[in-house]
Design a protein around this ligand. Sequence first.
Ligand code: PEP
Ligand code: MG
Length: 900
Amino acid sequence: MGRWVYMFGEDIGDAPPKQLLGGKGAGLAEMTRLGVPVPPGFTITTEACLAYTDSGGKMPDGLEEEVDEAVRELEERIGRGLGDPKSPLLVSVRSGAAVSMPGMMDTILNLGLNDATVEGLAEESKDRRFAFDAYRRLLDMYGDVVLGVKREHFEEALAQLKRNLGDASMSDQDVPADKLEELVGRYARIIADGAGAPFPDDVRAQLWGAIGAVFQSWDNPRAVRYRKMHDIPHDMGTAVNVQAMVFGNMGDDSGSGVAFTRSPSTGERVLYGEFLANAQGEDVVAGIRTPRPITEAAASPGREAESLERSWPEVFREISDIADKLEKHFREMQDIEFTIEKGRVFILQTRTGKRTAHAAVRIAVEMVNEGLIDRDDALVRVEPESLEQLLHARLPSPDELEARGIRPIASGLPASPGAAMGRIVLDADEAERLAEEGKDVILVRRETSPEDIHGMKAALGIVTATGGMTSHAAVVARGLGKCCVAGCSAMTVDYEASKVSVRLDDGGTVALAPGDVITLDGTHGKIYLGELDVEAAAKVPEFETLMGWADGRRRLGVRANADTPRAARTSRSFGAEGIGLCRTEHMFFAEDRLEAVRCMVLSEGDEERAKWLDRIAPMQREDFVAIFEAMSGLPVTIRLLDWPLHEFLPREENDYGSVARALGVTADVVKKRAQAMHEVNPMLGHRGVRVGLTTPAIYRMQTRAILEAAVDCAARGIPVVPEIMIPVVALSSELAAMRTIVEEVAREVLAEAKAEIAWSYGTMIELPRACLVAGSLAETAEFFSFGTNDLTQTTFGLSRDDAGRFLAKYLDDPRGLLTADPFARLDTTGVGELVRLAAERGRATRADIKLGVCGEHGGDPRSIAFCEAVGLDYVSCSPPRLPIARLAAAQATIRAERGR
Ligand code: PEP
Ligand code: MG
């Protein structure tokens, strides 16, 4: 059996330090070894915690003896005794798991005080006020953390005391000593009432109570949920750190503070932080007093003298030297907590510092240039998702806003990132009209349809009451690079009454109307009332350097989902290596085409349909020409039409009229034809290749347009790599029959032009059946592109447009029904297994078959790691997510090589 307890800095053998001692314990141990001034203490290992939880709450054998021994050693080093009424040893007790789990458990300070030792402390420090202040802090923290007495009770007692003293806004520091003594008595009664047992006078009982509470915190529901959400294993346990107290509140030659070795907001290489004189660490964080800056440079003009650098130069120098030493040792930006006790500097904690995306990129690149880390280290240190902060206008995070008292009125899905502010408009035409007048508008709809595209283009942001991450609104908004919050289920949009109402969490409602101003946070899926400051996208020169390193390192290719020449050009500027999905139906949405498309759909007989197709063909060809030009030399996967039919059928009476006029029939006839085409479940209906085979003229027209465009470009010296892709295939017979048609058209076009164009033929894999028969599909297909949006929908049997109605409840459910939205993060155990199987079967038939993903998951870092593991060739995602995908792909390669 191993040991349960290690003094800071003691040899732990071969065990990985963080795993055994937790992050905090490992940091304290390492600093002690480096000779950094750390108050002495010991760590109870994570293994002891696991033994405790595994046995249902029994302290493991031998732990008691080891803790006793460690306390004795600590007493000897400090020359004080735990519970000694003359010279009491006080300790802090803190949890610390291998991975940081913020908010899992609070800290207990000043443990070791009771009615007798507090007198000793008062006597020794010659400061009665200080001693009783320490005691009341212990009662407060112990009552809350160990005994489960709500903190508000203590806060209220303190507030009451201040009111009795006639100054409700008095600072804690000004409460006189005798009143603090009274407060201690009051706190003790609050504990006895709230916990049903008194605060333990026995200091050893205090210590074991605290150790048990830390152990138990590992399995509290909040911690379990946090681990599930962040994929942290449950079998790691938390360590417990017991450390001698040092006091920053022992007078004006004492203080506490935090320092970052580089700026956490810009990444600049300067010491950055704050401190408070005569204060304990928690006072700095609590924000009751305004801390002073560490460096002169960070002080506001005229207040430089308040900085630690100017007011306390020796201490400043010592902290700077330690910060330097720690950063060099850990080769990472450190966040350091320090305390100055009567002029002596102590470091209480060092850990990797949290930072903005901007700082992360700059620090990673600069540390490589300084020779501190290598490029692979730099690449894995930047969180891919965080790059979104650099690329889009954004709002402060919901937490930052909450801290300022600003709460969202509604939440939905973060369908398209960025931030936008404007007046509500419920109608696409109105959005366009107001935007032309120079107004900033937000288009709010129940859902969007092709008829809304012009309004979506004109608006700065889009909100829908229904729909999921792959709904029309979400897909189009991402394509347009507009911020979008979709599926706000608490929102009701009443077009007739021109009203929007939002149900609030507290049961109330907010009534909104066109013209009211709202601000959207598409990155977090939040809607705020009124105007908030939107921050512009940051410009970080190191970004391009990091992206270049990522490109040099990744194995997976990265392509874009782009349907327009503009999106194609944007995608190239974001580093796309081709188009992985050009959705041709989006080309049909354009206003000048929608009517022709509707007439084509609703015309009767091949002859009439051909007339409308002839009208659409040149527009399709032009689009393809412009896209090929933009992507010159890079592959462009063009998916033949896959419409959800209902999105194209006219819905309003006057739309029937205009289609009827164009077709030369009555509105009633058009209405009847549209009704005849009505499907109960269009997502599982007559779409994709099913339309291609039953009305072959449409796919024939598209194939012709693609190849004519290719011929046109090639003739002008623009290299083209067209890939024709068939959607919603379930049967190998469908794919083979379609290939015959496509080849026939291709032969015609190329013979007419007397040209040779290399093109390839492949299929989307969007249905479970397609995965199962992938071996036979690969006889016809030269490539597979996994349409994981539909594959998720069909594997789960869950409509992607309706999932939003209950998915949030599943995600919030404490039973852990779902830990991630499967439409945003690939469900690797279910849908992913189908992908793996299809890839294997496809390769077994055709060894060099090209495999990619073009569902939304192609831009999600964890899903990308899965694509790497399965050995796909590329991922394809919307243009704004390209940098995220490039970095995530590089990380996947590096991690695979490092064997994680
Ligand atoms: C898919 O189903 O994953 C896909 C990319 O196609 P769409 O989203 O257009 O259905
Ligand atoms: Mg699909």
